[in-house]
Ligand binder design. Structure first.
Ligand code: HEC
Ligand code: HEC
Ligand code: HEC
Ligand code: HEC
Ligand code: HEC
Length: 234
């Protein structure tokens, strides 16, 4: 037992610099200083990454771009890092859903079910994750921008704007409900949260009819729960 622990500790000491090495990441060290056109032209720049949810959770450059974050030699560091225009790049628009989907499994699973995914693979046309989230997921499109994007191809309205409004109102509503939650309400709150996440995932298969109906239904139930319980605070 002790012996086993000894080896574990040794193993940990060996890998610790790699595990805790955010400060040592050479992609960050070098790119933080760059101010060239390549850092403005496409997708995102260092500052976008820095203020994103990804940076906050320690998702570093190599998670999406590949490369070797342990060397300051630019050739070695960029081994496998290809510009997004290159068809083999992990951030080429046809590869993006797959790259993001390595972590966002549910969203990708739903997205794969859609006609759009097939279109994207076949003809290169169709929305991908960036269409709505941007390269650094620092935003979600507004309802009117979204509808405009969809109507590039769809002659008649897709109800995307309505679905987006529905899911965003639901989210706000859920936030209000979750504040000052009485103790005996925790279980139901967890169930509501789960159902909200399910709707969020389902959105990615473009089943707008389901998103609208379920969002409205869940909102009613949350409202009923709020009315039923005498609540603390405002
Ligand atoms: C020693 C400095 C340095 C290091 C280390 C470095 N980069 Fe770069 N990177 C650059 C420069 C310089 C460019 C080119 C910018 C330009 O052309 O203006 C670049 C370009 C890129 C591009 C654009 C690709 C292209 O061909 O257009 C990506 C993506 C990128 N780096 C990612 C990374 C990742 C991921 C790492 C770590 C694994 C990394 N870089 C490490 C300096 C560095
Ligand atoms: C969550 C995934 C993700 C992370 C993390 C990420 N990038 Fe990107 N990056 C992308 C995507 C996707 C594009 C392509 C944008 C587009 O096509 O508009 C891109 C584009 C770029 C570009 C423009 C060149 C090109 O190939 O289009 C550079 C340079 C770049 N990233 C550098 C970095 C650096 C440096 C970091 C770390 C500080 C980083 N990226 C972190 C996803 C990511
Ligand atoms: C290496 C894993 C990884 C990859 C690859 C990745 N993400 Fe993320 N993403 C995360 C984590 C971790 C979070 C933090 C939130 C969480 O815990 O789910 C996150 C958060 C998000 C969010 C929520 C943002 C917010 O403000 O709350 C969106 C949207 C998102 N990612 C989209 C993308 C897109 C689009 C790509 C591909 C360009 C991508 N992700 C690639 C791990 C990843
Ligand atoms: C048509 C627009 C659209 C496309 C395309 C899209 N998303 Fe989303 N995504 C949304 C909307 C809208 C939400 C819900 C936002 C909310 O509830 O705040 C969302 C939510 C998410 C979340 C959860 C964010 C959170 O706050 O927890 C993740 C992660 C995510 N998307 C990843 C992806 C990935 C990966 C892809 C590509 C496979 C993708 N999305 C494609 C619109 C889109
Ligand atoms: C580049 C073109 C293009 C864009 C952009 C686009 N679509 Fe589509 N979409 C299609 C095509 C083609 C089909 C398959 C034929 C059909 O059903 O009309 C399709 C099918 C659908 C379907 C039927 C569901 C399915 O998977 O069979 C829905 C719903 C849908 N799109 C919603 C949207 C929404 C919402 C947006 C905006 C986020 C959007 N589309 C953006 C081209 C596009």
């Amino acid at each position: 037992m002790v012996k086993k622990n000894f080896w574990l500790i040794l193993l940990f000491l060996f890998f610790a610099p790699a595990l805790c090495g955010a400060a040592e990441n050479t992609c960050l060290r070098c790119h933080e200083q760059l101010k060239g056109p390549a850092h403005k032209a496409a997708g995102h720049n260092f500052a976008d990454w820095k203020k994103s949810a990804h940076a906050e959770k320690g998702i570093l450059c190599q998670a999406c771009h590949g490369g070797n974050p342990g060397t300051m030699d630019p050739v070695k560091a960029h081994q496998g890092v290809l510009p997004s225009q290159n068809k083999n790049s992990s951030v080429h628009f046809q590869k993006i859903p797959e790259t993001c989907g390595r972590c966002h499994v549910e969203e990708f699973t739903e997205f794969r079910k859609s006609v759009h995914h097939k279109m994207l693979q076949r003809s290169g046309k169709g929305p991908n994750c960036l269409t709505c989230h941007g390269a650094m997921a620092t935003f979600v499109l507004t309802a009117s921008d979204l509808e405009r994007t969809c109507s590039l191809c769809h002659g008649k309205p897709t109800q995307a704007a309505k679905a987006l409004s529905a899911i965003l109102s639901l989210k706000n509503f859920l936030n209000v409900y979750q504040k000052n939650l009485p103790k005996d309400e925790k279980e139901r709150a967890a169930m509501f949260q789960k159902r909200y996440q399910k709707i969020q995932q389902e959105w990615h298969s473009f089943d707008v009819v389901f998103v609208i109906a379920e969002s409205e239904k869940l909102m009613k139930e949350i409202k009923a729960a709020m009315d039923r319980k005498p609540r603390k605070g405002p």
